[in-house]
Write a protein that binds this ligand. Structure first.
Ligand code: 13P
Length: 250
């Protein structure tokens, strides 16, 4: 049986003082879980987060990284700049980046490759919009995101990747996919991976659900056979709520 990977995506929230408060509150609340706990914090909180979580079971992630090692890329952060700090995970291709910052399957692949090369574990996000789902194109979109976004990822590299299925219509809306909707979509995504990498590799791959997951609905979602964890936005900003998600599955 796999454990679950529960990752908090703080997005653009929490300054250093607030981050310290949240992490200090969180540490004792999640210390007994057998699930993997990750917090993906703003760049400016990374140092503090790594320092505070040292010796605990909480892993630290960033929310993006560039595909180049260095250079004239104003505003970007290289993967090695993250590993140097002790960061272990990085979110890649979040729908907010795809929607607001022009991220494409191609740039997602480039960032993922570079992150892997540096020794980071990418949490690669995919998911359809409501329009795509209602238009009967959910499978087509997910299939394209996997096919294009993982184009030259090897089977060995896949072992270090976490996939997050985040239907765009469920992000920050309070509308969660039902347990079955999330499970079915993830089963479909796993099938796309299986076609390329084989069933064993696809079964071993961690695929999280994300989108308005919280302390109330986590137990149901995490009990589903295909759901290997969660990527949590809003509910990860409150220690008790995030801890309840982490502890919702034994
Ligand atoms: P919410 O949990 O706030 O819906 O955000 C989900 C998400 O986008 C996590 O990456």
């Amino acid at each position: 049986m796999k454990n679950k990977i529960i990752a908090g995506n703080w997005k653009m929230n929490k300054n250093r003082v607030e981050a310290e408060q949240l992490i200090t509150q969180l540490i004792p609340l999640v210390k007994d879980t057998s699930n993997t706990v990750v917090i993906c914090v703003p760049y400016t909180d990374l140092c503090k987060a790594v320092k505070l979580t040292k010796g605990t079971n909480i892993h630290v992630g960033a929310q993006n990284c560039h595909w180049k090692e260095s250079g004239a890329y104003t505003g970007e952060i290289a993967p090695s700049m993250l590993t140097e700090l002790g960061v272990e995970y990085v979110v890649i291709g979040h729908s907010e980046r795809r929607t607001y910052f022009g991220e494409t399957d191609e740039t997602v692949l480039a960032r993922t490759k570079a992150a892997l090369q540096a020794g980071l574990k990418p949490i690669v996000c995919i998911g359809e919009t409501l329009e795509e789902r209602n238009g009967g194109n959910m499978e087509k979109v997910l299939s394209r995101q996997v096919t294009e976004g993982f184009k030259d990822i090897s089977a060995d590299e896949l072992k270090n990747i976490v996939v997050a299925y985040e239907p765009v219509w469920a992000i920050g809306t309070g509308v969660t996919a039902t347990d079955e909707q999330a499970n079915d979509a993830i089963a479909y995504v796993r099938g796309v991976f299986a076609a390329k990498y084989g069933k064993e590799a696809a079964d071993a791959l961690y695929i999280q659900y994300g989108g308005s997951m919280n302390d109330k609905n986590a137990a149901g979602l995490l009990a589903m056979s295909q759901i290997d964890g969660g990527l949590i936005g809003g509910a990860s900003l409150v220690a008790e709520k995030f801890a309840a998600v982490v502890n919702a599955h034994k």
